[in-house]
Design a protein around this ligand. Structure first.
Ligand code: UDX
Ligand code: ADP
Length: 464
């Protein structure tokens, strides 16, 4: 079975880059990415390819090559579903904010809406691929809706979890460690569907990296991978606090530990806390599923990874207050970076949001500079917390266009995202702009202590 037309529902951080790479690598397949958000689709179609809505190194070049050749962005969801042999679902699955599972379970309403729309529109057999991060057994729910509300056409449901990391999405898609495809491999039809998706990826991914499993293993592997990665970050962050008390340096510990080939060096960088749309959500899902099966010890074990992360964010903010003579009331604090990591304009669950909120509760005045995040996004993130009114957030938080501007009259600077450009700032100039003593808090272990102390900064770095 050869796939000719792909439709992807959801033109976000997952759907956009993934489909752009599939289209670039498979010129004979038509790929249409649809979204109900008109603004977003308009931005994907912007004549100036630098204006696409998602910032990812290398992405604009891929879009430039494939767009209007075999890559299309549209708001006509029905038409794209109708035409497709294979439909990827890449819509958002936020944590539920109401009802049963509030604050833990994934809200599947967008997924369900997609399934109902597919069922309503489809007149020919479809392969439906779950791409969004989902709790285990979502495929079953999808199949149930499709089979019971559809027009009698046949559906095969595949799970194809996304392992791309933002900031390196294009490279991760081009050279994945593995691609996981879960399907009903015990039936002929299921096997055919799995093979069809394998053939798509085989255009550029070596066969031995294409892993096929049953659907449940595929869904659970995604949650497990993210839980393990997040656990490493929480583990090293736990050690960072101990390092600060004992005179050890977390970077040295991390290096020593990571050189053990059984442990490995990646994801051992201490920080102000992990963020992003996946880690917290996936672990909460894992906790919720474990609890729902009565596995309380399993649930508690994983929940601790989140509790440690919350502690790390709070601890960093508290350190700022404590160092500034136990009060930041009326003091100007500059935050360098708002994105949850460098090289992305995504801010979901970014530690910066929580650090800012903590400092605002302590009546600080906040000034933010981030090279890629838009001003409206910063206010939207703070408003979403509902800690104070939108007007108050606007009054207390200022967003500026350069790091130098943020430093003017500031009592302290806190580095919250590891953007490369922060390393190369003229720190002498920044020091001159600030009130004295000038405090510098490095939440990413990005800056060199000795040079900053030589300039005159009072320097604090996480884990040393
Ligand atoms: C993650 C997974 O890596 C990816 O496979 C999955 O598909 C989606 O979730 P992402 O959230 O984009 O990707 O970024 P990632 O690089 O994993 O970083 C997550 C957070 O952990 C960031 O806030 C990052 O700054 C932080 N982090 C990461 C650390 O604090 N220390 C580290 O050593 C690594
Ligand atoms: P992710 O990081 O998982 O890609 P995003 O929030 O960046 O998440 O993207 C998800 C996209 O899915 C959003 O642009 C949203 O508008 C879109 N979306 C949600 N529900 C639907 C739907 N029923 N039909 C089309 N698009 C949808």
């Amino acid at each position: 079975m050869k796939i000719k037309n792909i439709c992807c529902i959801g033109a976000g951080y997952v759907g956009g880059p993934t489909m752009a790479v599939i289209a670039q690598k498979c010129p004979e397949i038509n790929v249409t990415v649809v979204d109900i958000n008109e603004e977003r689709i308009k931005a994907w179609n912007d004549e100036d390819v630098e204006n696409i809505p998602i910032y990812e190194p290398g992405l604009s070049n891929v879009v430039k090559e494939a767009r209007d050749r075999n890559l299309f962005f549209s708001t006509d969801v029905d038409a794209a579903i109708d035409k497709a042999d294979m439909i990827f679902i890449s819509v958002n699955t936020p944590t539920k904010t109401y009802g049963i599972g509030k604050g833990m379970a994934a809200d599947l309403k967008y997924i369900e809406l997609c399934a109902r729309q597919i069922a309503r529109v489809s007149k020919t057999d479809k392969i439906v691929v779950e791409k969004s991060t989902l709790p285990v057994r979502t495929a079953e729910a999808l199949k149930n809706i499709l089979d019971n509300t559809g027009n009698g056409v046949n559906y095969q449901i595949l799970s194809n979890p996304e392992f791309l990391a933002e900031g390196t999405a294009v490279d991760d898609l081009m050279n994945p460690d593995r691609v996981l495809i879960g399907g009903d491999i015990d039936t002929t039809e299921g096997k055919k569907a799995v093979d069809a998706l394998v053939d798509v990826y085989a255009h550029w991914v070596p066969r031995e990296k294409l892993l096929t499993t049953n659907v449940w293993s595929s869904e659970l592997s995604k949650l497990t991978a993210n839980a393990f990665l997040a656990q490493r970050v929480s583990s090293i962050n736990a050690m960072s606090e101990l390092c600060e008390k004992t005179g050890a340096d977390v970077n040295e510990v991390s290096k020593a530990v990571g050189m053990d080939s059984r442990i490995g060096s990646k994801f051992l960088k201490s920080s102000v806390g992990f963020g992003g749309s996946c880690f917290q959500k996936d672990i909460l899902n894992l906790v919720y599923i474990s609890k729902s099966f009565g596995l309380h010890e399993v649930a508690d074990y994983w929940e601790q990874v989140i509790l440690m992360n919350d502690h790390q964010k709070r601890r960093f903010a508290a350190k700022i207050v404590q160092t500034l003579f136990n009060t930041v009331s009326g003091k100007k604090i500059a935050l360098l970076g708002w994105a949850f990591k460098k090289d992305t304009n995504d801010t979901r669950e970014s530690a910066a949001i929580y650090v800012a909120d903590y400092l605002l509760n302590e009546q600080a005045e906040i000034v933010v500079y981030d090279p890629k995040v838009k001003t409206e996004q910063i206010y939207a993130d703070l408003d979403y917390l509902n800690t104070r009114s939108s007007e108050e957030n606007k009054a207390k938080v200022k967003v500026v266009n350069t790091a130098y501007e943020s430093a003017k009259g500031a009592h302290a600077i806190a580095v919250l995202t590891e953007w490369d450009e922060f390393k190369d700032l003229d720190w002498e100039k920044i020091y001159k702009e600030m009130l004295k003593p000038a405090f510098l808090f490095d939440g990413r272990r990005l800056l060199e202590r000795s040079t900053k102390e030589k300039i005159g900064f009072e320097f604090y770095a996480i884990g040393s």
